[in-house]
Each structure stands twice: as structure tokens, then as C-alpha cells.
Design a binder for this molecule. Structure first.
Ligand code: TRP
Length: 324
């Protein structure tokens, strides 16, 4: 039986189905696939495993910042808040944060990975029984739909950890921050984790763990295309490549075709040359001042910013500038 402080709902995506998205992406030049496709059930588990690798410093650094500054963040935010987390994953970070929040507090984790979310949210509700958990299975870009199911009372806080914001293009990130204020309304706040610019060797290692979990995570998208779309392709004929593009301030992630081949999905054919790439995602890195400038453009002003001693990662608490 579900605990009393737990609710789960699903907002169906109005977007095109998987087949249309994949065809549109592979028809582009250069070919690409949207990174949201990486997070099927297996992908979500692989991503959790990436977060535990030695090389991927992001998760443990952000976790340490949340542990250290959680009480202070709770104080800034105050009582009776509604914390909305977009792309919530395994909810581990929200647990650390919300343990410091006084009751009543509502937590709304949003994620596209349905069963993974259901299970994590249930565990969360059992562990933190002073928190009202209202999980939503949805693509986190559906701001309107998400807003319409939020409780009306309380200060709204958007929690966006893990440098997921870095997976958006800077102009999309700006858009996203602007839009997020529609969810937030008056006195809303944003708590966002942003990976900092740093030495290329640290970044290259973080996105190329020695155990090869990142590579498995990325090639899992091909396994998914085979399983869900019946695509004729050999996932082994592509290799993962991820590297820091320093001038552009981003890690770029690709699948590279090891040979000349044709990928077939139903009647469609997608020819690949040897070495031809499918672009999966970018992970933009920002300095503290670069990110603050972006947020200010979106109408969000810094209340507080926390950075670890090694200057690897930053946590920004921002406030909506004007009531909307
Ligand atoms: N937000 C994370 C990041 O950019 C997510 C991520 C996506 C990721 N793909 C990855 C992390 C591949 C490691 C490897 O870091």
C-alpha cells in the first residue's frame, strides 16, 4: 500500500512519438538524437551508475554542497514551500535537501522515467514522512501542465540539480529559466546546480570513465531503438566519444560509426560513413559570473552561491526579480 504522503500522476507528452523524433534527428545533417531518449529504464539505472564512478565528480561534489549548506538553504526558503524538481532521477539530492525543511513541505519530483520515478518517490515518501510527495511523470519542458497540478499555497522553489541546465544550449537555458518563472509565480526561487569551467583533463576523465559505464549509457540509446522501433542496426558498430571543447566551453558527446553502414528503421534508411557521428548531447560549463549573468537576463537574481573548495561545482539560489 502507498503511504498517505504519496501521490503519482502522469502527464502524457503532446510531442511526437519516438519514431518521429528519431527519424527527424537522423535526417539532420549532422545526425543527432535528443538526449532525453537516453533515459529509458536501463538508461536511468546506467546514469545512476555513472554518478557513482570515481571520475564523475559532479554528483558527490553537489551532494557535499547540499549536505553542508542544506540548513542555510532551508532558512532562505522558509516554511511551507513547494519544491519542484525537474529531471529528478533517483531523488537522492532532494532527500538531502528536504530533510532540513520544516513541515509542511510539498515535494514534486518530475521525471520521464516512469517506474524509476515511481519507485524512488515511494521510497522517498517512506523515508521522509514529514514531506508530502506528489510525483509527476512528464517531460520537464511541459511547464504549463506541471504548473496546473501544483498546490496553490506556499513559496515555490524550482530545484534543478546535476548541471542538467548545462545540457541545454545557452539560449535554451535562458528560455528555460524565463519559463520556469511561470511555474514559480510570486516570490519564487530557483536552486540550480551548475558545473564550473575547469581543466580539460578533469572533464575528459569525468565523461570517459575507465569502467566504460558512460559508453554503455550512451550506446544504450541504440539498444532502445532496436527494441522499441525494431531498428536494424548493430549497437556494437558504434563507439561513444566524449570530449571537452574548450573554446565552446562544453563537453560534446557522440556515437561514432565504426564502419560504412546503413541503419534501417522500417522503410527508412540512414546511411553512415565510417567515422560519421550522431550527436547526443552537450554539457555546457559556466563560471559563476557567466551563470549569474545568464540568470539575470532571465530575471533571476542571486540570493546566495556556494562553491566547493576545489572550485569544481556551483550551487546557485536565485530569486524571481519581480512578481509575475
Ligand atoms: N547533467 C549531466 C552532465 O552533463 C548529465 C549527463 C548527460 C551525463 N550525459 C552524460 C553525465 C554522460 C555523464 C556522462 O554531466
Amino acid at each position: 500500500m502507498s503511504p498517505r504522503n504519496f501521490a503519482f500522476r502522469e502527464i502524457p507528452s503532446p510531442d511526437a512519438g519516438l519514431l518521429e523524433v528519431v527519424i527527424a534527428g537522423l535526417n539532420q545533417e549532422p545526425k543527432r538524437l535528443p538526449c532525453s531518449l537516453l533515459y529509458d529504464e536501463a538508461g536511468s539505472r546506467l546514469f545512476d551508475a555513472i554518478c557513482d564512478t570515481d571520475e564523475y565528480y559532479i554528483t558527490r561534489t553537489e551532494v557535499a554542497l547540499l549536505e553542508r549548506h542544506g540548513p542555510q538553504i532551508a532558512e532562505w526558503i522558509g516554511p511551507a514551500s513547494v519544491v519542484v524538481e525537474l529531471g529528478a532521477g533517483n531523488l537522492q539530492k532532494a532527500r538531502l535537501l528536504l530533510q532540513h525543511f520544516p513541515s509542511p513541505v510539498t515535494y514534486v519530483p518530475v521525471d520521464i522515467s516512469k517506474e524509476h520515478l515511481r519507485q524512488s518517490a515511494l521510497e522517498f515518501a517512506e523515508a521522509l514522512n514529514h514531506v508530502k510527495v506528489q510525483a509527476i511523470c512528464a517531460d520537464f519542458h511541459q511547464a504549463d501542465a506541471i504548473r496546473s497540478v501544483l498546490p496553490l499555497e506556499g513559496r515555490r522553489v524550482l530545484f534543478f540539480p546535476g548541471s542538467t541546465i548545462g545540457n541545454l544550449e545557452p539560449d535554451e537555458a535562458l528560455q528555460f529559466l524565463r519559463q520556469s518563472q511561470q511555474i514559480l509565480g510570486n516570490k519564487g526561487m530557483v536552486l540550480v546546480g551548475v558545473d564550473l569551467k575547469k581543466d580539460a583533463s578533469i572533464l575528459n576523465a569525468a565523461y570517459n570513465d575507465a569502467a566504460g559505464i558512460t559508453a554503455l549509457f550512451e550506446t544504450n540509446i541504440l539498444v532502445r531503438l532496436k527494441r522499441e522501433l525494431g531498428a536494424a542496426l548493430d549497437p556494437q558498430s558504434f563507439v561513444y566519444k566524449g570530449f571537452y571543447n574548450e573554446p565552446l566551453g562544453r563537453v560534446e558527446m557522440y556515437l561514432v560509426s565504426l564502419r560504412e553502414q546503413t541503419v534501417r528503421i522500417g522503410p527508412r534508411q540512414f546511411p553512415f560513413k565510417t567515422g560519421e557521428r550522431i550527436h547526443l548531447e552537450n554539457s555546457y560549463k559556466y563560471s559563476v559570473s557567466e551563470f549569474q549573468a545568464l540568470a539575470a537576463k532571465a530575471g533571476l537574481l542571486p540570493l546566495d552561491t556556494w562553491v566547493d573548495a576545489d572550485r569544481l561545482f556551483s550551487l546557485h539560489l536565485l530569486e524571481c526579480q519581480a512578481p509575475r
